[in-house]
Unconditional design. Structure first.
Length: 109
């Protein structure tokens, strides 16, 4: 289970409240911008790698091997409508839709 989005959102609320409390309401807008610039510079300097360092093929090699493969499709492929209906029959899709729809609802007493 990944809770990264929820943790990040919570930290954003706490960080924004702290900026507003200690500085001014304008810091709520400037603070995240400065943080994004700092993170972008960090990623630029620390994430400069090529796929070969991770044991993956080069991008050009991967594209040519994928393009040279022959895709074996079933004789009678489903239409777009049939595919959409089969996806809507999955319970996990409905759970995800309900979770997404109720993510920002709050209960008031």
């Amino acid at each position: 289970m990944e809770h990264g989005h929820s943790i990040g959102e919570g930290l954003t609320f706490v960080g924004s409240a702290a900026l507003v409390a200690y500085l001014a309401w304008q810091a709520r807008f400037v603070g995240p911008g400065i943080l994004c610039v700092v993170v972008a510079f960090g990623m630029y300097f620390f994430c400069m790698t090529v796929p070969q360092t991770l044991g993956l093929p080069a991008v050009a090699t991967g594209r040519t091997t994928m393009a040279s493969r022959q895709l074996k499709l079933p004789a009678a492929s489903k239409s777009t409508w049939q595919t959409q209906v089969s996806i809507l029959k999955l319970p996990s899709i409905w759970v995800l839709a309900l979770a997404s729809a109720t993510m920002y609802m709050t209960v008031t007493a």
